[in-house]
Design a protein around this ligand. Structure first.
Ligand SMILES: Cc1cc2nc3c(=O)[nH]c(=O)nc-3n(C[C@H](O)[C@H](O)[C@H](O)COP(=O)(O)OP(=O)(O)OC[C@H]3O[C@@H](n4cnc5c(N)ncnc54)[C@H](O)[C@@H]3O)c2cc1C
Length: 248
């Protein structure tokens, strides 16, 4: 892997044009997609075995639903480091608005003081907490334990940064110069009466022709043997085949 002369990195991603977004699983319950992204003029070079980091934004419906559940319009201002942002914008591109963790429940319950949550947080109730967390998101907490009069900045204090996701590169520059291909299983499921979707896989699934902020993530321990005569067995269930497409 080598980063571009323009210094495209995780912190300074390359805005790549999404050239192809093709459903590979027509007629199946599973949604797996093949993506082709342009690296033209990026100067980015990768090797089979490397991954592509993608910076997603949250789905507008997920942001609107969360704001609505708490009673915010999204126009509230919050401070984030040196920046002043509208809450709706921060929820779209800066904060993870779907995850729910033990720490978030702990912080939330400092405000909500709900005895059910207090019980779940006890060290002897680890399994009950894991069961509670499974399939729930931040919005479920606010729907189950409504909070009146919560300030936007206090709410922002509950949120974690929106993290990029890694995808195994499923192409080789020698076969596809200036392109990087991905094989992505799109996360969509229903739980606790709500339709849910994975932040980054659905972000990719729902677009084409637009630009996607991305960067290369090397993996020097996942490479073909130097000697091309060395026999290899490749085992990759599901989208685990992605890097092997690059090797082949
Ligand atoms: C090095 C590396 C390479 C990778 N390569 C690939 C690849 O080539 N292709 C690929 O598709 N992925 C790959 N991944 C996984 C990828 O990074 C993402 O984790 C994946 O796409 C899900 O991200 P998301 O943002 O769509 O979902 P998120 O928003 O992160 O949501 C995922 C979460 O949803 C919850 N969830 C999912 N299904 C259910 C369910 N049925 N019921 C309840 N809860 C559920 C789980 O808590 C899960 O952790 C790779 C990961 C790594 C670390």
């Amino acid at each position: 892997m080598s980063n571009s002369p323009d210094g495209h990195t995780k912190e300074n991603p390359y805005h790549s044009e999404l050239l192809v977004n093709r459903l590979m699983t027509e007629g199946s319950d599973k949604e797996t997609r093949h993506f082709e992204l342009s690296l033209k003029s990026s100067g980015l070079e990768y090797l089979p075995g490397d991954s592509l980091g993608v910076h997603p934004v949250n789905c507008p419906d997920a942001v609107a639903d969360l704001l609505g559940a708490i009673g915010f319009s999204g126009k509230e201002e919050i401070e984030l480091g040196e920046d002043t942002l509208l809450l709706g914008d921060a929820l779209t591109s800066r904060f993870a608005c779907t995850v729910l963790s033990r720490m978030q429940i702990k912080k939330f319950n400092e405000i909500a003081q709900a005895s059910q949550l207090e019980d779940l947080l006890k060290s002897e109730n680890k399994q009950s907490l894991a069961d509670y967390l499974w399939g729930r998101e931040l919005i479920d907490l606010f729907l189950e334990f409504p909070q009146q009069g919560l300030s936007a900045s206090k709410f922002a204090g509950l949120l974690r940064p929106l993290a990029p996701r890694l995808y195994s590169i499923a192409s080789s520059l020698s076969a596809h110069p200036d392109e990087v291909h991905l094989t992505v299983a799109i996360v969509r499921y229903e739980s606790h009466g709500r339709k849910r979707q994975g932040v980054c896989s659905s972000y990719l699934a729902d677009r084409v022709g637009e630009t996607v902020p991305c960067y290369l993530h090397g993996n020097k321990n996942f490479k073909l043997p130097e000697d091309p005569e060395t026999p290899i067995i490749m085992v990759g269930p599901g989208t685990g085949i992605a890097p092997f497409r690059a090797f082949v």
